[in-house]
Design a protein around this ligand. Structure first.
Ligand SMILES: NC(=O)c1ccc[n+]([C@@H]2O[C@H](COP(=O)([O-])OP(=O)(O)OC[C@H]3O[C@@H](n4cnc5c(N)ncnc54)[C@H](O)[C@@H]3O)[C@@H](O)[C@H]2O)c1
Length: 666
């Protein structure tokens, strides 16, 4: 399709005449059939809701088609309205828009739906099995049309994928405000999601799916590399390094697919179990995992030889993770590091595949006999924990990877809760990311070069590395290792060939680092060295996310079950210069389990962009540090005091510490 035809189709929104009926393309991975949860009356309401997007003259033709999709797949995706043009991030000038900021958002949306990037692109799911950008293709088309006409005096308000409309605002306001899955708290259970999503009135936006900030698994490779590196540092008492160490885990999906790559970068041997052959093949073809093997005995021979030779190598075990754990235990194979990244934030609808059933059998069972499936999942989790316990007794360090594994295993009846209410295994945030990164403000800062040129990305990598090197010269000892790890990362990032989709990069930086890097980019744009850059982060960060078993799991003052921080963050970012803001129910660990907020910001080389950097990025990080400091976290107390020294306008309430002896004698 020509560039002009592409623009015409975007401007057209929902077409005036019906496009020919389409069926989904079987060459792509598709979302599992969702649970048949609606009553007959509710099914009619779902179809009625879907028809709202179309002129009534089309209803007779569309109503049975939508009813059929609902019955067949559990959702109405409106496959007929999938666009004919290729879905991928185009250079920013290729979008029909009168607002550059709106064009940047269009680019980010298309990247999230790119089949090379998205997990179930035709169901508008970017990652995590159910992380949706939109609920259906009508919403996509309408949103792109609004973005194509909007000016910098308007804001588009997105209600769980539905574009409510353009409202007058001002150039300083965000161009888009996104809410995903915000529910009345008492109606926020997994089944509520199934019901209201099937009705077409809400969606699960995950973290970066529904906020248009996904950059492929690269985003997570970096965080995973840092986690694996620091986890090995933690257990490596003899200081022998990562060579020869074995890391065992599961999941080669959207985020979990980063694990073998991270294992390679960290220098260890890794085995990642994956039940879905398509997911394993995709990561293998992308070069993220070195080899796929389905025979456990053959696999172990190869692994042992790599361990002896201290060779960094990654294996996908094509099969169920439970079979792998049980084999390792039974054969007394020592494991250094263990984790799990099945999608247990979504246990009953395709996030976790129970042992003893093939991939296809499970898919059928979850749709046809959900109660049997639920039982199979619980039994499988109990077997999994049992094998993990045994391997841990033999010396393995196991950590929960924020996928609700321990939570669901305990709900299934596993005895893994200590007297103090904590799990017997730490989460990676409690032990690693929280105290080493988040408390100091280090988090997943990312950027996308909207020109689409690899040379722009290369230039920004060099700028970021120069800024970090400079920061390192005067950095306090507390944060020096973090800066070092990030310098190593950014200087090798090009060689690691991590780009899938848009020209994007990630690194962990604190507030000072993020602001300095952003300013360097804005100056380079001003000087005409590179095109505009979108800044963002994922929600797996110091400030944006309240998630008691993950991001905020190392907060011990009782406030980890509150969500004030995430709400403050998104409101605070919105009037300090974000180009778009988003707030979600459930990102990462599941519906009802977390509230998470994010932002995107377009840098265009202007002075206003510099003001936004100074105001918004500063707040975006220090909001979370102040909360962590108030909870008494040592690193955060250090970091917030430093921030106040550097910016006298910041005045944060500092806690007084009570004496434990005094409390114990009460
Ligand atoms: N990487 C991170 O840093 C990070 C951080 C926080 C949370 N998470 C969580 O990790 C989970 C995974 O995320 P994702 O985007 O990769 O999800 P995903 O659904 O794309 O991938 C999960 C994969 O696990 C496979 N799987 C499920 N059950 C299995 C089993 N029993 N044996 C073998 N394979 C099995 C699935 O086939 C799927 O490919 C999510 O819950 C996410 O929230 C990841």
């Amino acid at each position: 399709m020509s560039a002009e035809d592409f623009k015409t189709e975007i401007r057209q929104g929902i077409p005036d005449s019906l496009p020919p009926k389409k069926t989904r393309d079987e060459k792509y991975s598709h979302a599992p059939v969702r649970k048949d949860i609606l009553s007959e009356r509710e099914k009619k309401l779902a179809v009625k809701n879907a028809l709202r997007y179309f002129d009534s003259k089309f209803h007779e033709e569309l109503a049975p088609e939508f009813a059929e999709e609902l019955n067949k797949y559990g959702r109405i995706y409106m496959y007929r309205f999938m666009p004919d043009y290729e879905m991928h991030a185009r250079p920013i000038e290729d979008y029909p828009a009168s607002s550059k900021q709106a064009a940047a958002i269009m680019l980010m949306i298309q990247n999230n739906l790119d089949p090379a990037v998205a997990q179930h692109s035709q169901e508008l799911i970017t990652y995590g099995g159910n992380g949706a950008v939109f609920q259906n293709w009508a919403q996509y088309r309408l949103t792109m049309q609004y973005l194509s006409v909007m000016t910098d005096d308007q804001t588009l308000h997105m209600y769980s994928g539905h574009p409510m409309g353009l409202f007058p605002s001002s150039p300083d306001a965000p161009r888009v405000v996104v809410t995903n899955g915000m529910m009345i708290p008492n109606y926020s259970s997994q089944d509520d999601w199934e019901r209201y999503n099937a009705l077409g009135v809400t969606q699960y936006g995950q973290m970066t799916a529904g906020s248009y900030m996904y950059i492929g698994p690269q985003g997570i490779v970096h965080g995973t590399t840092i986690t694996v590196l620091n986890a090995i540092r933690k257990i490596d008492k003899e200081g022998t390094g990562t060579g020869g160490k074995l890391f065992v885990t599961s999941g080669l999906g959207g985020m979990s697919g980063a694990q073998p790559k991270a294992g390679n970068i960290a220098g260890c041997v890794s085995i990642t179990a994956e039940i879905n052959p398509l997911a394993a093949k995709k990561r293998h073809e992308q070069g993220w995992v070195d080899e796929i093997e389905s025979d456990l005995a053959t696999l172990m021979k190869k692994v042992e030889s790599d361990r002896k030779g201290k060779k960094a190598r990654s294996y996908a075990y094509l099969g169920n993770i439970v079979d792998l754990w049980e084999y390792l235990d039974k054969n007394d194979i020592s494991v250094d590091l263990g984790s799990d990244q099945t999608s247990l934030h979504n246990p009953w609808a395709g996030g976790y595949y129970p042992v003893g059933y093939s991939f296809e059998e499970s898919n059928e069972m979850m749709a046809k006999d959900p109660e049997k499936f639920k039982k199979a999942v619980k039994d499988s989790l109990l077997r999994q924990i049992q094998a993990i316990n045994k391997l841990s007794d033999k010396g393995m360090y196991f950590f929960d990877y924020g996928n609700a594994f321990l939570l669901e295993a305990s709900r299934a009846g596993a005895d893994i809760i200590k007297d103090n209410g904590e799990f017997t295994y730490p989460s990676y945030v409690q032990d690693i990311m929280g105290p080493m990164c988040f408390d100091y403000g280090f988090g997943p800062f990312r950027w996308v070069c909207t020109s689409g040129k690899p040379e722009d990305l290369d230039y920004t990598d060099k700028l970021a590395s120069a800024v970090l090197r400079e920061q390192k010269e005067t950095a306090d000892q507390e944060i020096s290792t973090q800066i070092d790890d990030n310098i190593t990362w950014i200087e090798a990032a090009g060689d690691n060939k991590l780009v899938v989709g848009s020209q994007a990069r990630i690194l962990y930086a604190d507030a000072k680092g993020r602001m300095a890097i952003a300013k360097a980019f804005n100056d380079a744009i001003k000087d005409g060295k590179i095109g505009p850059v979108v800044l963002g982060r994922d929600h797996h960060d110091v400030s944006g996310t309240d998630s008691p078993y993950r991001e905020t799991s190392n907060i011990y003052d009782g406030s980890r079950f509150t969500a004030d921080m995430a709400i403050q963050n998104v409101i605070g970012d919105s009037f300090r210069g974000a180009t778009w803001v988003s707030i979600h129910n459930g990102g990462g660990v599941g519906w009802g389990e977390v509230i998470n907020g994010g932002f995107g910001m377009l840098l265009d080389g202007s002075n206003q962009a510099e003001d936004r950097i100074n105001s918004m990025l500063f707040y975006d990080v220090n909001n979370g540090i102040s909360r962590r400091a108030w909870a008494g976290n040592e690193g955060a107390l250090f970091a917030i005091k430093e921030a106040m020294k550097n910016n006298p306008s910041l005045m944060v309430t500092i806690p007084n510490k009570a004496d434990d002896d005094l409390l114990n004698n009460l």
